[in-house]
Design a protein around this ligand. Structure first.
Ligand code: ACO
Length: 336
């Protein structure tokens, strides 16, 4: 497979000569790709200081494509004004890559989880493949009058999810599929047939009937807590089975390790974490992460950073951290 070395940067009109040069190069790319868009309008949008352009560069500094956008941070959405990939690079997956990186940037750097656009009718197929739909779940009063609309365009929106890493979609999807598979193969309650899905859901709590298979009640908070508990439970169970975790499975016995409790004031181990999880004391993945971190910090403090037990502990903990990052904290309608 071809290796990809593109880089991304956000460009906005700071009036520096180098930036103005980049914006002119973007204008040329946009005006070649968006032939129907008046040139004056294009220039106005790109150089307007309220707009920014998320830009994809090749290693040699040339531009592959760009996405001109305007963040409405206090309204909780970003307007995608237009985007284009240079004509020689289209339909090679670059537009998808640009959009995925942009989504992660919106989520992580701007803290915004909703994208809106008036998609050119020729490009709605592309937007649909990027997760945009014509059903806008953001309240109309939030965006109406703020988005530029134009004839020949279709209003589309895309909600971004915390549990998906858009720059690594493949592993996020694998994790979702594993979750669904584990649930449907270990049902707790009776089987019931629901209508089929029309598209792959990014939020598995939206799958009809799945929550009832998991034994959750109608209370959405309980459903969420149950779900987090089940995921944490499976991480602890997997860690217990790791050969490297032998020293961390049970509380340290003072008789076998004299002086341990005078050095380590907050001991923690995998069995104690399991007990806490069974009591539903972990409300978020960060609560759980804090205990896993405490376990390895205690180990370093007592044994030193180079000790064999510390090395083995780090193996267990890094496996746990990578799975904690993927814990799905289900969104309930009240949260967005
Ligand atoms: N219509 C329907 N489907 C499309 C289109 C399109 N215009 N363009 C791409 N796709 C599909 C591809 O076939 C591909 O499908 P697949 O995953 O089943 O193979 C998928 O979308 C992703 O394609 P990419 O290769 O990632 O897309 P590309 O790199 O070509 O970028 C883009 C898409 C930005 C639309 C590019 O083709 C382009 O610059 N076109 C001209 C400018 C344009 O139309 N911009 C959008 C205007 S609307 C707006 O900006 C709000």
């Amino acid at each position: 497979m071809e290796e990809v070395h593109e880089e991304f940067a956000v460009i906005s009109n700071d009036r520096k000569p180098e930036t103005l040069n980049q914006l002119l190069r973007l204008r040329n790319l946009f005006s070649k790709a968006l032939v129907k868009m008046p040139r004056d309008y294009l220039v106005k949008m790109i150089f307007d200081r309220r707009h920014l352009t998320y830009t994809m560069f090749r290693e040699d500094g040339s531009i592959v494509g760009g996405l001109c956008f305007r963040p409405f941070a206090n309204r909780g959405f970003v307007e995608v004004v237009f985007l284009a990939i240079s004509s020689t690079d289209q339909v090679k997956g670059k537009g998808t890559r640009l959009m995925n990186h942009f989504k992660e940037y919106c989520k992580r750097d701007l803290g915004i989880k909703y994208l809106l656009t008036y998609a050119d009718n020729f490009a709605t197929g592309y937007f649909r493949k990027q997760g945009f739909t014509e059903e806008i779940t953001l309240q109309t009063s939030v965006w109406k009058g703020y988005i530029k609309d134009y004839d020949g365009g279709t209003m589309m929106g895309c909600r971004l999810y915390d549990h998906i890493d858009y720059r690594d979609i493949a592993s996020s999807m694998r994790e979702l599929i594993r979750e669904v598979y584990e649930t449907v193969t270990n049902p707790i309650t009776k089987t019931e047939i629901h209508p089929g899905l029309t598209s792959f859901p990014v939020d598995i709590s939206s799958i009809p009937g799945l929550e009832s298979l998991r034994g959750a009640s109608d209370d959405s908070w309980n459903a969420k807590a149950w779900t987090i508990e089940s995921q944490i439970g499976s991480i602890i169970a997997a860690a217990m089975k790791e050969p490297s975790s032998w020293a961390f499975r049970e509380p340290v016995d003072e008789k076998q390790v004299p002086g341990y409790h005078s050095v380590i004031l907050n001991p923690i181990d995998l069995s104690s974490m399991k007990a806490k999880n069974d009591r539903r004391e972990y409300k978020t993945r960060e609560d759980f992460r804090a205990d896993v971190k405490l376990m390895i910090d205690n180990c370093v403090l007592f044994n030193g950073p180079r000790h064999e037990i510390t090395r083995r502990g780090q193996e267990t903990v890094s496996l746990m951290f990578s799975r904690i990052d993927k814990i799905v904290e289900y969104a309930t309608p009240g949260e967005w």
